[in-house]
Every structure is written in C-alpha cells, then in structure tokens.
Design a protein around this ligand. Structure first.
Ligand code: GRG
Length: 296
C-alpha cells in the first residue's frame, strides 16, 4: 500500500497545533500583549515542517512521537522567532506572512522584537522540560545541537551572509553557505532531534544528518523557485521579493531548469540515506519527495 502523506501531514499538523495551543504562554498571564503577539504568529497557519520532522524521525528509529512533542514545538517556536524578526523593517520589511499581516504590523516593532526574543528563550525552556518523557543524557546533546543550529553556526550566521550578499555578486560556495545555514541547519537539527531523543544509533544519526542536509538544500531551492513561479494566495506572501531585493538564489545563479534539476538530485540523495531504514521511515521518505512538489 502506498503511504498517504496528505493524511499523515494533516494528522501531525493537528497534533502539533493542539500541543502548541497548550504549551504557549496564555493570554491571561502577564504580560498579555506579549503573549497575544507570540500566539498570533506561532499559531498562524504554517506547514509545521520542522516539528513534523522531529516526530517523523523519532518514529523512524522506533521511538514514540508523543515523547518528543515538546522539542517538536520548540523547533516551531525557533522558526516563528526567525520569521517575526526576518519580517521587521530593519530586515526584509514584509507586510504579510502566512496569509496575515506580519507581527510588527499588528503589534509594533518593539513588541515583535520582544516576541521573537521570548520565543527563542521559550524554545530552550521547552526542550529542557522534555525531561518528562526523555532522559537527561539525551536532552543535553539535543539542546547543544539546536542551540548551534539556531545561532551564529547556523540560522543567524546564514541570515547575516544572506543580507550581505544582497545586491552583490556571489559564488556558488557563498550560495551553498547561505542555504545550508539559514534554512538547512534548523531542518537538519529537527531531523536529528527526534532520533537523538529516542536513542537512535550512531549509524542512524549519521544517515539522518545527511538526509537533513539534502532535504534542507532541496527545500531552499524549492523556496527560491516558488518565489518566482508560485501563487501568492497559496504562499500567503507576495512573490518576486528575492529578485526585487537582488538576493543570492539558485535560479539567479543557475536558471530555473538547472535549479529544478538540482532540487530533484538533492531529494534523490536524501532518499538514498534512508536505504537501511525500515518501513517506519516512510514518512521521512514521503516528506523528502513533498519538499519539491509543494506549492506552499
Ligand atoms: C532573523 C535570525 C533570523 C533568521 C531569519 C529562516 C529565516 C532566517 C528567514 C525566513 C525568511 C525566509 C523566506 C527564509 C527562506 C526559507 C524559509 C525558512 C521559509 C519559510 O519557512 P516555511 O516555508 O514556512 O516552512 P511556514 O510558514 O510553512 O512555517
């Protein structure tokens, strides 16, 4: 029987949404406006790709996905922090995200900045609180991994080089650095976190690291392509912004056709890393294929 990814994603999205609803600070706790602002962005409709990767990789190594739910939600909080800050006037100055006004357009720049700061810290609180269902000696390396992937060795480092590259010539090596760090690092950390918390073997972790790196690159190439060919109603944000900002992208360097070919090749390589995994890695295989077929 073929694996039904659509149902799998819908089911996991609902589970993650319910967990986030419960875990995020409530709006009747002090300071309510900060919690409103946090909930506005995190609970907005997103694909929940990072938390779903945490759940799917836990399953792939024979673990129980409910045992890693807090860390899965933490990854979504870090992602939401990056989106809120990325949209600020001092960065991309965007008005729409996930089909609604950006956080600073509703709550103002200062509250958006603080909501992002609070979300990053809250994410690490959640990972530590995952000790209710995962042992401390697995939590510590997971915390270290996610911290590295979020800061200067990962997402923030990639964002800085991305900003610096705007309006300048860039090499394939710089483009590779930007994509691997800005987007790839957090996606890879999501894949590794689920397996690490559920006691995946060294061989499984090594394979999943390569899987994460390949799908991370495929995801970002697909994102670059969607910014040219996508439907802005589906994407929930305007298209064409990369070209307008003269950003370093795959289509700019290699053209659309070669970019599509490279994205397919990354997915093919991602699938080869899962060859030694059993049937229970089917969600990870299907997610790899979906990453370049998606239209949002
Ligand atoms: C500001 C520290 C800091 C980092 C910003 C991730 C990032 C770095 C910026 C987001 C802007 C952007 C368009 C990045 C490219 C790919 C990406 C991460 C897209 C958004 O992620 P999706 O497609 O979004 O998973 P949803 O809304 O579905 O969660």
């Amino acid at each position: 029987m073929t694996f039904d990814l659509k149902s799998y994603l819908a089911h996991q999205q609902t589970r993650v949404q319910e967990a986030l609803e419960k875990l995020l600070p409530r709006t009747d706790a002090m300071p309510p406006v900060l919690h409103d602002s946090i909930r506005y962005s995190v609970l907005a409709p997103g694909k929940r790709l990072r938390p779903i990767l945490v759940l799917a990789s836990a399953e792939a190594v024979g673990g129980h996905s409910e045992d890693v739910m807090k860390t899965a939600c933490a990854l979504e909080c870090i992602h939401a922090f990056s989106l809120i800050h990325d949209d600020l006037p001092c960065m991309d100055n965007d008005d729409y995200r996930r089909g609604r006004l950006t956080n600073h357009k509703v709550y103002g720049d200062a509250m958006a900045l603080l909501a992002g700061d609070a979300l990053l810290a809250f994410a690490f609180q959640l990972i530590a609180e995952n000790m209710d269902t995962a042992p401390a000696d697995r939590i510590l390396p997971t915390l270290h991994l996610i911290a590295r992937a979020s800061g200067t060795w990962g997402m923030v480092g990639g964002q800085v080089v991305d900003m610096q590259s705007q309006g300048h010539d860039f090499t394939p090596e710089i483009l590779q650095y930007i994509h691997a760090h800005k987007t790839g690092a957090l996606l890879t950390a999501s894949v590794l976190a689920g397996a690490m918390l559920c006691g995946g073997t060294k061989a499984q972790i090594d394979s999943l690291k390569r899987y994460g790196e390949h799908i991370g690159l495929a995801f970002q190439i697909a994102d670059d392509i969607l910014d040219i060919t996508g439907d802005q109603d589906k994407l929930g944000k305007p298209i064409g912004s990369d070209e307008e900002r003269d950003k370093a992208t795959f289509p700019k360097l290699f053209g659309l056709e070669e970019s599509r070919r490279r994205a397919h090749e990354e997915v093919r390589l991602a699938l080869t890393t899962l060859e030694s995994f059993e049937e229970r890695a089917e969600p990870l295989r299907a997610i790899a294929r979906y990453i370049i077929e998606r239209d949002l």
